[in-house]
Design a protein around this ligand. Structure first.
Ligand SMILES: C[S@@+](CC[C@H](N)C(=O)[O-])C[C@H]1O[C@@H](n2cnc3c(N)ncnc32)[C@H](O)[C@@H]1O
Length: 263
């Protein structure tokens, strides 16, 4: 085989993204359903901002829910559409949209649940964009709807680097995923991120190196944001995905259960 191919945007390669992040889908959806039973209205119209390659959208449709997802990436949306059987497709709407601006007056008040789990919220790189996203999502929710919003809070005292590694497999190819987060810059409210996906198989030899900055949110910054955008925090769980386990105060991985506090 020829030398290693290089690419720079993991979201242009949804199959490899899913090989790594698709493995927890059942557990995550079990958690969402249990949290909805505990905190929500039991309704069956669910919204996923930044739905990506559609693993959770598909899972929800399989469980009989009516799912609506939007994302910025054409490649991710195409993958999401292609994975649905005709029966599932009848329960799913997918469209292009930006978390910073997405709103549709025809959908106002229509969703029982919105969810956004894996730190995607941190792509919103300004206070203005984060506020707009939360205000618009609140208007899309029914008055008793809930937003399950999962992301890592930032400890500004951290000066070391954080790394995580996962391994996956697809069509006989090994996928190795390495994520690095640099120390936060408190003034600029940013932390540098790098993701390196290495795909090695009989027909593929590809390195995908993606770099971006994530917005930082301390616990106080996040709670102030929620109250400024008309949300109350009902609970904070963590990425163990256990409905009966609230996040310990020293844990930064957080799933906030948000309830509209005003129309
Ligand atoms: C980590 S993936 C998560 C996908 C999906 N929610 C999941 O759990 O598998 C992040 C997704 O966010 C999308 N994204 C990033 N910034 C966005 C924005 N401003 N608006 C909409 N989608 C965005 C990317 O295209 C990508 O599909």
């Amino acid at each position: 085989m020829k030398g290693t191919q290089q690419a720079t945007d993991w979201y242009r390669h949804p199959a490899y993204y899913e090989a790594i992040f698709g493995t927890d889908t059942t557990k995550e959806f079990d958690f969402l359903e249990a949290m909805h039973a505990r905190h929500g209205n039991g309704g069956r119209r669910w919204l996923e901002p930044a739905c990506g390659a559609g693993r959770l959208i598909e899972e929800g449709a399989r469980r009989g829910l009516t799912m609506f997802g939007y994302d910025l990436s054409d490649e991710m949306l195409a993958f999401a559409r292609a994975r649905l059987t005709p029966t599932l497709r009848r329960r799913v709407t997918l469209t292009e949209g930006d978390m910073a601006t997405f709103f549709n007056p025809e959908l106002e008040g229509r969703f029982d649940v919105a969810f956004n789990l894996v730190s995607t919220f941190r792509y919103l790189d300004s206070d203005e964009a984060a506020c707009a996203h939360l205000r618009n999502t609140r208007r899309l929710l029914a008055p008793d709807g809930r937003y399950f919003l999962g992301f890592h809070l930032t400890d500004y005292a951290r000066s070391d680097e954080e790394t995580e590694r996962w391994k996956g497999e697809i069509d006989g190819a090994a996928v190795d995923c390495f994520t690095w987060e640099g120390p936060p810059d408190r003034k600029r409210r940013r932390a540098p991120m790098t993701n390196r996906l290495r795909v090695r198989g009989p027909d593929v030899n590809l390195d995908i190196n993606t770099e971006w900055n994530f917005r930082t949110w301390s616990s106080a910054e996040a709670r102030s944001l929620f109250s400024r955008t008309g949300f109350r925090v009902l609970a904070r769980n963590d990425f163990d995905y256990r409905p009966d386990q609230l996040a310990a105060s020293d844990r930064l991985d957080s799933i906030f259960v948000l309830a509209p506090s005003e129309p």
